[in-house]
Design a protein. Sequence first.
Length: 267
Amino acid sequence: MVSKGRVNDRTYRGASVIELIHTASLIHDDVVDDSHMRRGVLSVNAMWKNKIAVLVGDFLLSKGMLLSIDYDDFDLLKVISKAVREMSEGELLQIEKAQKLDIDEETYFEIIKKKTATLISACCTIGSLSVSLDKNIMQQMESFGYLIGIAFQIKDDLFDYSGKRLGKPTGIDIKEKKMTLPLIYTINNCKKSEKKWLITSIKKYNKDKKRVKEVIQFVIERGGLSHAEKKMYEYKNKALKQLEYFPNSPYKSSLEMMINYVVEREK
């Protein structure tokens, strides 16, 4: 879309670096979350324990960095290095908030911007940067990536209440004490006694299947899902708006299709 269909070796290297970094982050995430399944199959840490998983993640991370260094793609390396830093900060912030459960929507959006949207933003930025030095275009694509990344994460959070999450059982976020948007909205918009019950459920009964189901039902009844869906569509529409800067083309149409897929997908 940025270069009217023309790509070069830097484009392919940028895509390869992103994939290596992304895979490394998923392997490390499974260690941090003590998750034994990844997309319906055993995770690396489940098969070969945490030590091997951490080392494999580190190896992939270093391979990605070296790929940029070996070809002097230092501008691309700067983008991905910033993304890795922000992803780590987001994970640490989420762990901190999971301990205290003192999270509002502003903090939630800060977490998902760093944890998820920053990587998708880096994808868009590197794609643009690989074929164009126009800073305005790069900034447009960077913003686009953040917007669609946030919509993507909200959709992922909604799966915890739908039973359609591939490879992860319903209620897994509650089990891991992750404060997602539907839950945050419900906690901040219910009676004091109900708020106390919710927080106690997450802190002490997060592995009780019956209690988790009750929490899920309560969140649904109190409009937590509706609120999250509304926010998701707001970010989707902002992402579509961002593309208006570019002329119509098959590439632009593909991105528009991707945006719609992000919010309509069922897994």
